[in-house]
Design a binder for this molecule. Sequence first.
Ligand code: G6P
Length: 607
Amino acid sequence: MCGIVGYVGEKACERILVNALKNLEYRGYDSAGIAVFEGDKIKTVKAKGSIDSGLSLKLDREPSLKAVAGIGHTRWATHGEPSDINAHPIGNARISIVHNGIIENYRKIKAFLIDKGYSFESQTDTEAVAKLLDYNYNGNPTETIAQTVAQLEGAYSLGIIFREHKNKLFAVRKESPLIVGIGRGEMYIASDMTAILEYTKEYYLPDAGEIAEVTRDGVTFFDIHGNVIEKEINIAEWDVTAAQKGGYEHFMLKEIHEQPAALKNTLTPRISDGIPSFEECGLTDEMLRNYKNIYIVGCGSAMHAGMVGKYVIEDIARIPVTVDIASEFKYRKPLLTKDDLLIIISQSGETADTLSALKLGKEIGADTLAAVNVTGSSIDREAKMSMKTLAGPEISVCSTKAYMVQCAFMYMFALRLAYARGRLDEAKCKEYTSKLLEIPELIQECIDRKEQYQRVASKIMNASSLLYIGRGLDYALSMEGSLKLKEISYIHSESYAGGELKHGTISLIDEEMPVIAVATQTYLYSKTSSNVEQVKSRGAKTIVICRDGADVNSNIADYVVRLPETDDLLMPLVAAVPLQMLAYYTALDRQCSIDKPRNLAKSVTVE
Ligand code: G6P
């Protein structure tokens, strides 16, 4: 949600800033801009729209900029509509800033500054920060920043330049992500590593409140009192090609195809003596034996991975699991206690709602275990224990491979928990684990069967609404299937427990409402088939997603999507693929913006 970049070096920075911003467009894409040191002035160019349709066109019309240092921003609007004026950078002749996050007390700051004679032109909270910096400015940037951030409430990361401090960048963060990248004779700031992976793999991670002063020769970090802080260099594990499309039409399609590898990377190093192990993050069998309840929180796809986790954990480990939408968790006074384990699931590790749920869990005194895909992210750092899902960078806003490895994490956790608590003996646990390790191949098989998804996509592409139904694990999975379709094809859909349909929702069924039944659970197959029959007899077009060996009555299924088979327990991992690909091809047929769906951002760092 909003991407920040900055460059200082010896090269003309315009192209580098724009390129880095494009790499961050998944964080927001309703407007973009840059501010650079041009002569003895700060020159700002910004525009509504995506980088290609706005900023780049505007820059093409400008005489080319010679500047070697500047900051840039791609926006996901929170305060004020997308417009040239609300686009960042924001500031005045002597200070310019880019901002990610929300300043909660901006109205108060604004009123104070208006009283001091300042006027405001944008509707953003960011302008209050820019003008407060200007008001506090005493010639010393780090002192000014320290004084200013002490007056801010909320979450933010800021990139700042001062006209009087030519070719220097300043940055500070609290809760929103920020890194400082290290090049040779050049330095960067960015919201995350994917922005600058093609330039460097080395970076610093500023902690909350630390102020970075960046020149082309390096960076100095100061604490709020002006003391210099030494920090360790981190090396990104991701390869630059991982953040490029690599010949695929969309990142989403590429990321679907990366799922077998992502799963292998996540699973293999964690299997010890044939059983998943959580030793790397300090989670012991004794701890697992002692937890009274398990809570899982996340947002969007991450929460859906938690739903799969709930079904699997309760089935094989027989311990109560509560799954919460992170934004609800905090405000519903959860019953979590210090005897429970709170599992936090997040691809980015920066989702504000999820982060605040984690903080609440820590306040309560519960143990916290994070599954995050970004090393060094806020959730990774805040949680007591953290295990990385190793999907590599996920660029498409619509999550696929990250969801897949989050589910894999849940299976590993459930197996170890069941084993530690004596609910699964060693032989059975090893049997499940070896089946889990076979899943990447089955997923590849699913991906290779793309014609079935293309065919169904062409049949549902004109629907205005559709239903997903399933029972048990199929229901947990169909929530994700429904979300995928909504997110990228803009077709309304809902996921319903098959048995619940008759208690109200079946009234919606007519010829215009396709129903997708996920029916991979053998012990529930006949029940789900009856639900399909019920909707078919009311006119619905029916699509049944089932195992290769399933006996499907052709009178009730208009289209059948078949999947390679494994144990019932593990089928959601396989069946996730057709749901993803169905959403993908439907969105493709409808000519939607697949990687950057309207109104969405990949990493939502505001509550
Ligand atoms: C946003 C994205 C979703 C994602 C959710 C949680 O809403 O659009 O695709 O599932 O955030 O993100 P996280 O990074 O915490 O997994």
